[in-house]
Design a protein around this ligand. Structure first.
Ligand code: IMP
Length: 459
């Protein structure tokens, strides 16, 4: 059977930790979209592993697969595998031959295009994700399978690289460096292909996974980013270039929708909101320069929203795993969660970072929106509107809950649900009832022993 883990918000919901818990009972963990823009943290005892490409299960010895919906930077892949090996692990990672390869020019172009976009820039991780998916859709990409065949690789590079050189120099006025050199790229990427072949890492992903499922194996699909960053369902254009929502699994891993739908689809929720990147954010507290639209520092040094944001940011360690950027912070946004739950068909949710909010007098959520149209009319919404311009016109209708105390969370985990402070239970029950899905687990710290597991989808 399968279990799908999907981010419900804007990424960084703590999916890696949940995959670590539920993936422990699984035989295979599969990434179905994205690339090394993800930042998944797995805490194992005293050790912390920060992974951006290798599926989280690899830390525990579970087979990790990068599905054909992923974009793969071989340099990052081998760096992560080598780093894990140096720490005494033996990760078993397979890569779909149909997955597309991130080449150095994709990274360079990601940076150049972001600068050129100005206000439309998504604040990308500059890992070359968008330009690689562009080439995939433009049918000029290089796939993992091409790295194994030097003749095909050279042919592909000879076609595409001159176009990229021209784009860099003639459109953007940037001097193309070795990232745009066919011979240099050919040598490096042919070697990556040799290593992939030597280590028998490549697979025909759909075939491989379906055979494993036929043999009775359990598979976890590990979503990266979140629903509000989905290229179709997110805050376009401030999104990533793939489909983190559950629909992405069928296409990105080659497993039929009915098979995916037969298993649990679990939405991972952070108890508040965080965001790396630009675009509107109706429940935002304070702002972050360079990311919050129109923000150039606090108007007033004693601003309450700013201090709350700073407090939550520090308590929650809200700094980008990949980029180190401070994250924007806001209250939980229920319309965003309702949208995510519907889009992916959540059968359960896990709420993380409940400990981060402990100690606040009150905890607030954006329960619904009031949207003001261009003609000045107002409309009540319980979900995200389809365009980002409409979203920017939404004001959150807030609901306030009693805060909960900071307690000994290890004791709470031992005691289970009943051990949680009553106000936290009220908050969590509200979220689960509003979404009409069961609460599968509650995270009260980054480690796997800091999670209250209420339901195990593999039981
Ligand atoms: P890209 O995926 O690097 O193209 O970035 C597009 C948008 O998605 C930017 O706003 C990024 O900050 C955001 N993003 C990409 N990956 C993650 C992630 O793993 N966590 C949070 N935000 C992300």
């Amino acid at each position: 059977m399968t279990v799908t883990i999907v981010g419900s918000q804007l990424g960084d919901e703590g999916k890696g930790g949940v995959v670590d818990i539920y993936g422990d009972g699984a035989d295979v963990v599969v990434r179905y979209q994205g690339g090394d823009n993800a930042g998944h943290t797995v805490v194992l005892g005293e050790e912390t592993y920060k992974l951006s490409l290798v599926p989280s299960g690899a830390v525990r010895g579970t087979v990790g697969v990068l599905g054909n919906g992923c974009v793969v930077n071989p340099e990052t892949l081998f760096e992560e595998i080598d780093a894990l090996r140096e720490r005494g692990l033996d990760p078993d990672v397979r890569v779909a031959e149909r997955a597309h390869v991130i080449l150095p020019y994709h990274r360079v172009l990601d940076g150049i295009e972001e600068e050129a976009k100005d206000d439309l820039a998504a604040g990308t991780t500059k890992r070359g994700i968008g330009p690689t998916y562009e080439d995939k859709a433009g049918r000029r990409g290089v796939r993992v399978g091409d790295l194994l065949d030097p003749e095909v690789l050279r042919e592909r590079l000879e076609y595409v690289v001159p176009q990229k050189r021209a784009l860099a120099s003639e459109v953007y006025g940037v001097d193309p460096d070795e990232a745009f050199d066919v011979d240099a790229l050919f040598e490096t990427y042919r070697e990556y292909g040799e290593r992939l072949a030597d280590e028998e890492m490549t697979v025909n992903c759909s075939d491989y996974l379906n055979r494993r499922l036929d043999d009775g194996d359990d598979v976890v699909f590990e979503g990266a980013q979140g629903t509000a960053l989905d290229i179709d369902y997110g805050v376009y254009p401030y999104v990533t270039s793939s489909n983190p929502s559950a629909g992405g699994v069928a296409v990105g891993a080659g497993v039929a929708p009915a098979v995916v739908g037969d298993g649990d689809v679990i939405g991972i929720v952070k108890a508040y909101l965080s965001r790396v990147g630009t675009g509107p954010l109706p429940t935002e507290l304070g702002g972050v320069e360079g990311q919050t639209p129109g923000y150039d520092g606090p108007a007033d040094a004693d601003d309450e929203a700013e201090s709350l944001a700073a407090y939550i940011r520090d308590e929650g360690g809200e700094y980008g795993t990949v980029t180190g950027r401070p994250r924007r912070v806001g209250w939980l946004d229920m319309p965003m969660l309702r949208h995510a739950a519907r889009t992916s068909g959540f059968t359960g949710i896990v709420v993380n970072h409940v400990d981060t909010l402990a100690g606040l007098d009150e905890v607030t959520v954006g329960h619904s929106y009031t949207m003001t149209t261009r003609d000045g009319e107002t409309r009540e919404l319980d979900t995200m509107p389809p365009t980002t311009e409409q979203w920017a016109r939404c004001e959150a209708n807030l609901r306030t809950f009693d805060g909960w105390p900071d307690v000994d969370w290890a004791d709470v985990v031992d005691a289970g649900w009943e051990g949680l402070p009553e106000a936290a239970r009220t908050y969590l029950t509200y979220v689960s009832e509003e979404l009409d899905v069961d609460l599968y687990a509650v995270g009260v710290g980054p480690g796997r022993e800091e999670t209250i597991v209420l339901e195990d989808p593999f039981d």
